[in-house]
Design a protein around this ligand. Structure first.
Ligand SMILES: [Cu+2]
Length: 343
């Protein structure tokens, strides 16, 4: 009903506008004047309106900036996130600075050089080498600086020292994520897509982990895959973590906005991202509200349920992590009752 009313009001508004225009056309025919001719009065009116609209536009920008700022992401919850935030702030300030300068000039000059009696006429020229030089060289230098700053930030992030980082695999498939912890040896057992299959009724090998080696020290044996029911990834505050990403089907992208982490998950290869969480979930809940949760979202449109492809992350203290970990079963413990998998 509301939609019909909105449509009717819009429709009637257009009809009214057309009628008003027709009346003004008829009036100009009667008075033998051309309504389309722009006279001095129109010029003054338009230039003043341009000035007012420009001013309101800039004021509304400032207002919105402060009004909606709280909807932006909170400060980074990772070591490297802080330097990404610095880069972001620097770039935004630069853009806003240029935006203000150019827009103040844009609206001021349209007002200043409006056509009319007693007004200066804007100087008209076809070409000016000096100006061309300035507006080519200055942006080129500034942008080169921004790019160099960005590249050095990127290098710092991607060349992080991963020795001592806990290795966790994040496996993507349409439409969900599974985590595999590397266990005490901090080494993931190898995996192969040809082993991805439903092996037996009590369990599947959805990640394609190669469990064929029966060697006591086989790297797969102490790997821990959490059950789908407990689909949460646990991290320890201050403990560097190396996430290794794989995908079963299409390209997904693991996006952890609060940690400023994003990495594509590509079928047929392993990608990785190392970082150190700096705030526990409990600390974040205190600062951001009880509803807060760290989350990993898929950031590549990968199919119909892409919008809901996510997994929760929990950052906790070492003691909390150890308590949780001790309740988990390793892959070999899980498979001891499923001999089929060991064939
Ligand atoms: Cu996806």
């Amino acid at each position: 009903m509301t939609n019909i009313l909105i449509f009717l009001v819009g429709f009637l508004g257009i009809v009214t506008l057309v009628q008003v225009l027709r009346v003004s056309e008829l009036m100009s025919a009667v008075q033998k004047q051309d309504v389309n001719e722009v006279n001095e009065k129109d010029n003054i009116f338009n230039s003043k309106m341009m000035f007012i609209v420009g001013g309101l536009f800039l004021i509304s920008f400032v207002w919105q900036y402060f009004e909606w700022e709280h909807l932006l992401l909170p400060a980074a919850s990772s070591d490297h996130g802080a330097i990404i935030d610095e880069l972001m702030t620097f770039t935004m300030l630069l853009i806003i600075f240029v935006f203000f300068i150019t827009h103040v000039f844009l609206f001021w000059y349209t007002f200043k050089y409006r056509k009319g009696k007693g007004n200066e006429t804007a100087y008209y020229f076809v070409h000016n080498n000096k100006l061309e030089m300035i507006w080519t060289v200055v942006p080129a230098i500034v942008l080169t600086g921004v790019i160099l700053y960005g590249l050095s930030t990127w290098n710092k992030i991607t060349n992080a020292d991963t020795t001592g980082a806990k290795v966790i695999e994040i496996y993507a498939k349409q439409f969900g994520w599974t985590a595999r912890y590397s266990g005490n040896d901090n080494e993931l057992g190898s995996a192969n897509y040809r082993l991805v299959s439903p092996i037996n009724p009590s369990g599947t090998n959805a990640l394609g982990v190669d469990t064929r080696s029966n060697d006591a020290n086989a790297t797969w044996k102490d790997d821990i895959i959490t059950s789908a029911a407990d689909n949460v990834v646990h991290l320890v505050k201050g403990q560097p973590v190396l996430l290794k990403f794989r995908s079963q089907d299409v390209i997904h992208s693991a996006f952890l906005p609060h940690f400023r982490v994003q990495m594509n998950c590509v079928p047929g290869m392993t990608t990785q991202f190392a970082f150190t969480p700096t705030k526990t979930t409990a600390e974040m809940k205190e600062a951001e509200g009880e509803d807060f949760d760290y989350v990993l979202l898929c950031n590549k449109i990968c199919g119909v349920s892409h919008y809901n492809m996510q997994i929760k992350f929990i950052v906790e203290t070492q003691e909390e992590y150890d308590t949780w970990m001790s309740s988990q079963k390793t892959l070999s413990e899980k498979l001891s009752t499923q001999t089929l998998l060991l064939n």
